[in-house]
Design a protein around this ligand. Structure first.
Ligand SMILES: [Zn+2]
Length: 314
């Protein structure tokens, strides 16, 4: 079989670069939105690696990671294999600066999608058919939600050896065990034999330079380990986290912590407090286990039950 990448009818041969359109969506006025994919191929055979972002429209850190990759000479001229970049998968939600599609659906729960389904279902279908079918593996960039800031981490299933191998090569500060969720891209791609690592860094609607830089460096590390680029990147010694545990607000109030993000915390040590604005009470928060502070709620005012701090356990 000839080594052709075919994205929605656009054929890209070894040694070529191209911009292809993976999906086109029409809107009630004359507006038509194309979703571009950028492909850079070496003449030398090698893996086909996808980096994509913007599955959720307001998760801008990943968009900046993939944009930064897109302008690099080493990425545009791989030594072997092919690099496929989609800076924004969910262009519609990106334009609206929101997580979901206009009908309220979460694109990452629309997979594998269908040709005649809702907008999200069609987009998911085209992504599977036109892009996922053409790659070997990839990284999907996300952030924490509104208010929740995630320390740079990559998520994969520890039951899949190939995923762990790729995550080690990617080497973000933390590698998290995460099962496959129904109707997600990761699960549907896995069914087709393709590993998708999920990177999480920072929070939605806000650029986080540290997370962006960790994301870029992890991509470069993965490509360097695959001998696809020859760029020197600082090594990371990732920490493997088997499980995570959220500390929730036992009472409403103002949430304070002086713990350093990403730091190790000891079981039962004080990691923060909730204070009453009328200075009536201070409720101390304790670490549920020995672990690392990998997620934090940046909202100062919290209600009973809100997720405050995510502790990752080795
Ligand atoms: Zn997301």
């Amino acid at each position: 079989m000839a080594d052709i990448i075919n994205i929605n009818g656009k054929k890209i041969y070894p040694g070529e670069s191209a911009e292809a359109i993976m999906c086109t969506l029409s809107f009630p006025t004359h507006i038509v939105i194309d979703i571009p994919v950028f492909v850079f191929r070496s003449v030398n055979p090698g893996p086909r690696v996808l980096f994509q972002a913007g599955m959720h429209g307001e998760e801008v850190n990943g968009v900046e990671v993939v944009r930064s990759l897109l302008k690099r000479e080493d990425i545009r001229n791989p030594l072997c294999g092919s690099i496929i970049l989609t800076p924004i998968v969910n262009v519609i939600a990106f334009l609206m600066n929101q997580r979901e599609l206009p009908d309220g659906r979460d694109l990452n729960r629309c997979f594998p999608g269908s040709k005649g389904g809702s907008m999200g279902s069609r987009l998911a279908y085209d992504l599977m058919k036109n892009v996922i079918s053409q790659i070997d593996f990839g990284v999907d960039f996300h952030t924490g939600g509104a208010k929740i800031n995630n320390y740079p981490q990559v998520r994969c299933s520890f039951e899949d050896e190939r995923s762990i191998e790729l995550a080690k090569m990617f080497s973000s500060p933390f590698i998290l065990n995460a099962g496959l969720r129904d109707k997600s891209l990761r699960k549907e791609a896995y069914k087709k034999g393709k590993q998708i690592l999920v990177f999480e860094g920072g929070e939605s609607q806000r650029f986080n330079t540290f997370s962006i830089n960790e994301g870029i460096n992890s991509c470069l590390r993965l490509l360097k380990n695959l001998n696809m680029i020859n760029t020197e990147v600082e090594k990371n010694n990732p920490i493997f986290l088997n499980d995570t545990s959220w500390v929730r607000a036992k009472s409403s109030g103002m949430f304070r912590t002086s713990k350093k993000f990403g730091a190790f915390v000891e079981k039962d040590s004080i990691i923060g407090k909730i204070v009453s604005p009328y200075a009536e009470k201070e409720i101390l928060l304790f670490a549920p286990a020995d672990g690392f502070l990998i997620g934090i709620n940046n909202q100062p005012i919290v209600n009973e039950g809100d997720a405050l701090m995510n502790i990752g356990v080795e």
